[in-house]
Write a protein that binds this ligand. Structure first.
Ligand code: ASP
Length: 341
């Protein structure tokens, strides 16, 4: 029997064609087969559906993540894999969010998009969509993960990050190797995949959006830090610190963080560096943060940190011990496993 793949079209550049006036607008999903006639050659069945609202992914919200996850849950038994066509701008956020939402995922969910619309001659979308479909439909190698495919590489979704607004290789995964490479053949690195789950697929749909990202920079003021940490309803904040998680050591800064923690706000430390990990206590400039209870985000991306925090606060927000433990623990391969973390 042929394998079956479901394309879920959410919007983004890939789905756009140039109108007669030169402007870009989304095309109807059936246009995919006109734009990518090679799809007729596939030896698997391709079905497609689209969200009610096709969006530029800059308008992405947790509500839309739930819509995507609900489609996957509803169609899970009917398909061998899923391809999500998505704008590149927030693709890494959606991939991360879906990875946390879809517990016990046993089939590939591959997000892809393009830098140039499918309707353009030089579009990178054709290659991306064909490879994403091949991976999602593959009988021999089943990747039980949410992934991002872009320009020859398949990445773990919650490790990926958009790095270029210009180049076709727009995504990178600095802290985890790619899961597959598309050359003349598709080469899979099976030893890097998440293990096949034992339980049934479970979808976690709650997100708490009352979080903040506090990016440090030399000269940051107490007013700015306090205004962020006193945002009404704030439950958690991600501190984008320097290097291996270092921050200014001035009293006012540490006191502001400590006050936030006393008010029940959970704080996690991630690095502004693209590669590498937070290592609290490696420098004196991170000791105070560890002492007052800031949690290490290790080598997590900002996209995964944001979505993980929203996911955990949304589902366990009334239990601070669980929130802390889950933030410290890799849930879906989104960060390194650190002993005694
Ligand atoms: N603004 C577009 C989006 O993210 C960019 C793209 O798809 O490449 O929806």
């Amino acid at each position: 029997m042929q394998n079956k793949v479901l394309i879920i079209y959410t919007g983004g550049t890939i789905g756009m064609v140039q109108g007669k006036d030169g402007s870009l607008h989304p095309f109807a999903l059936k246009g995919i087969f006109e734009a990518v006639p090679q799809l007729e050659l596939c030896d698997y069945t391709i079905d497609s559906c689209q969200l009610d609202n096709i969006i530029d992914s800059s308008n992405m919200t947790p509500r839309v993540w739930v819509d995507i996850a609900e489609i996957i849950k509803r169609e899970y038994d009917k398909y061998d894999g899923f391809v999500v066509l998505h704008g590149t701008d927030t693709m890494a956020y959606t991939a991360s969010a879906l990875s946390f939402m879809l517990e016990n995922l046993g089939k590939p969910v591959v997000l892809t998009g393009s830098q140039l619309p499918l309707g353009m001659l030089r579009s990178d979308g054709r290659e991306n969509i064909v490879c994403a479909l091949e991976i999602a439909a593959c009988k021999e190698v089943v990747i039980p993960e949410v992934c991002v495919f872009f320009e020859n590489r398949l990445y773990r979704g919650n490790r990926s990050t958009k790095v270029s607004a210009e180049n076709f290789d727009a995504f990178k995964s600095y802290n985890y190797p790619s899961l597959a490479k598309a050359g003349i053949t598709l080469t899979y690195k099976k030893h890097l995949f998440m293990p096949q789950p034992e339980g049934e697929l479970k979808v976690w749909k709650q997100f708490d959006e009352h979080i903040a990202v506090l990016k440090l920079f030399p000269g940051i003021t107490k007013e700015l830090v306090d205004s962020i940490l006193h945002t009404p309803g704030l439950k958690g904040a991600i501190i984008e610190a320097y290097g291996s998680g270092n921050a200014l050591t001035e009293d006012w800064f540490i006191n502001s963080l400590q006050d936030a923690i006393h008010r029940g706000i959970v704080l996690i430390d991630v690095t502004q560096c693209k590669a590498g990990s937070v290592k609290l206590r490696q420098y004196a400039a991170s000791c105070d943060m560890e002492r007052i209870g800031v949690i290490s985000g290790h080598d997590i991306t900002i996209e995964a940190a944001v979505t993980k925090m929203m996911h955990i606060l949304g589902n366990y927000g009334d239990n601070p011990d669980i929130v802390k433990r889950m933030l410290e623990t890799p849930l879906r391969g989104e960060m390194e496993q650190v002993e005694n973390a």
